[in-house]
Design a protein around this ligand. Sequence first.
Ligand code: UDP
Ligand code: MG
Length: 315
Amino acid sequence: MSEKPVISIVSPAYNEEEGIVDFINAVADVMAGGDLSWELVIVNDGSRDRTLEILQEKSQSLEQLVWVDLSRNFGHQAAVTAAIDHSVGDAVVVMDADMQDPPALIPQLISSWQDGHQVVFARRTQRAETGMRRVGFALFHKFFRYAIAFPIPRNVGVFSLLDRRAVNEIKNLPESNRFLPGLYSWVGFKQGFVDYARDERSAGAPKQTFQSLFKYAFDGVLSFSYKPIRFLGGIGLLTAFSAFAIAVYFTARRLLGHEVAFTGFTTLVILISMLGGLILVAIALVGEYIARIYDEVKQRPMYIVQGTARDSESS
Ligand code: UDP
Ligand code: MG
């Protein structure tokens, strides 16, 4: 490499008017401290507040800032994907724009990259979330470790640095229900880790709803594992075997002349409702896989761009 490498920092932003300027300034400060060329690509994910105006204004004075405007709200993973797709750097730092991923960590990510790691994960040593969100994240990660068949490092999220080669491979993956932390490790290459303590967001409320986090959790498990289906298959087999044993037992009793019990209504009700419930859950789970297959088959783009700073440069 004779030319100086270019670092892209890419972030999604949805209704971040309260904190986005601080984030941009923090990144600019950190990068001004180094001697690398850089760009900051921020994707406006259909914000309903002034996020886009702020980005456009700010890019007048900060030439490294590149905004990309999506045509509506496509969600976190789609917005991150858009941001990665629009980056041009030799290494791409992916991070949220709410300061939960501290910009101060960028130099460490870069030095790990310069040491030869192509996928550098920022690994949380602690979380600042409290209450339901914290419990939810903890439960998900416990279950996730168990449920996936594919080794994904512990305590990592979207925050990372990717070498251009890894970025190109990820860009080539056609799947649209994405779980990026999984894909980072799925593409392989040499992995590095940088530890950090995750902060509270600096301003505003979390922008991902429980519903979207729930879907994200499902994407994470279902796109990296068949275990949930196998697990239900196991329960099905167990049930079938017990049914067979019970059948043999009662038939034998009847044939040996024992009385047929007239009580047992409670048992029947419980068994039937339990089995009914299990069957419905199993169908729903199959449905989740099928819904994802349907999504992929439709081949809709993950996001639609309404305009970018780069368009206005070239026109
Ligand atoms: N975000 C987005 N689109 C959405 C929701 C969130 O681009 O529909 C952005 C948001 O602006 C932030 C990042 O994704 O930069 C993470 O969102 P949030 O902090 O709400 O998620 P959490 O910290 O709860 O994972
Ligand atoms: Mg956040």
